[in-house]
Design a protein. Structure first.
Length: 202
C-alpha cells in the first residue's frame, strides 16, 4: 500500500468523496464503508470533509460535479447485478483524481480493464467470475489495497477497516480514534491482512 499517494488529498479543503451505491443499502459492505466516512464528516465538519452518496444513474448523469475520490460499491453477492450503464459509470469514476471499488465494484472495474497492472483486493468468492481483462490486474488476497490512485477493498466487514484506514491516512489518528470510539471498534485490520484465514490458524 502506498499511503503517500493519498497525501495530496489530505490538502483539499473540503475533501469531496462520493460513494456510488450500486447495491442494496442494508448490506454489510455498504454500511461498513458509508458509516465510518459519514461519522468522520460529522466529526471534522463540512469545511474539511464532504461525503456524497449517489446511485449509478445519478452519478453518471451529473458530469458537472467534481469529486476528489470516487468509490463504486456493492456487496459481492450482488456481482451479477452489474449496472446497465457500467461502461459510462466506470469512465465517470476514472475521471476523478482517485477512484476505486468495494466488493463487487472491484470485479466490475477489473472486468472493464480499469485495474490493469494495479494490485486489487478482489473478494475471494468472485475469483471464478473474472474475465481475461480482469486477469491483467494483480489480484491480491489482502483485505484492501491502495495502488497509486486506485483503491480497492474486498468488502464485507473489511469495509469498516478500509474506511477507518482512509480516515487515518487523510485526517490523522485523532480523527480515526474519534470515529472508532463512536463505532465501538477496538482494532483496525491492516492492508496486509488476508481475506481468508484457515480455521486452525485463527
Amino acid at each position: 500500500m502506498h499511503a503517500a499517494d493519498l497525501a495530496v488529498l489530505a490538502q483539499e479543503r473540503p475533501l469531496r468523496i462520493v460513494l456510488v451505491n450500486a447495491g442494496e443499502p442494508d448490506t454489510l459492505t455498504w454500511s461498513g464503508l458509508y458509516q465510518p466516512l459519514r461519522l468522520a464528516a460529522k466529526v471534522l465538519g463540512p469545511e474539511r470533509l464532504h461525503v456524497d452518496v449517489r446511485s449509478p444513474d445519478k452519478f453518471t448523469g451529473d458530469p458537472g460535479r467534481h469529486w476528489h475520490l470516487v468509490l463504486l460499491a456493492a456487496d459481492e453477492s450482488e456481482a451479477a447485478l452489474r449496472p446497465a450503464n457500467s461502461r459510462a459509470l466506470i469512465e465517470r469514476c476514472r475521471a476523478a483524481p482517485f477512484w476505486g471499488g468495494v466488493g463487487a465494484g472491484v470485479l466490475w472495474l477489473a472486468d472493464a480493464g480499469a485495474l490493469q497492472g494495479a494490485r486489487a483486493a478482489l473478494p475471494w468468492a468472485l475469483y471464478p467470475d473474472v474475465n481475461a481483462q480482469a486477469e491483467q490486474a494483480l489480484l491480491s488476497p489482502h483485505l484492501y489495497e491502495i495502488d497509486a490512485n486506485r483503491l480497492t477493498c474486498c468488502g464485507g466487514a473489511a469495509s469498516v477497516d478500509f474506511a477507518l484506514t482512509l480516515v487515518d491516512l487523510l485526517f490523522g489518528a485523532t480523527a480515526q480514534a474519534q470515529v472508532k470510539e463512536i463505532l465501538c471498534v477496538d482494532r483496525v485490520r491492516g492492508p496486509d491482512e488476508r481475506q481468508r484465514v484457515a480455521l486452525q490458524a485463527r
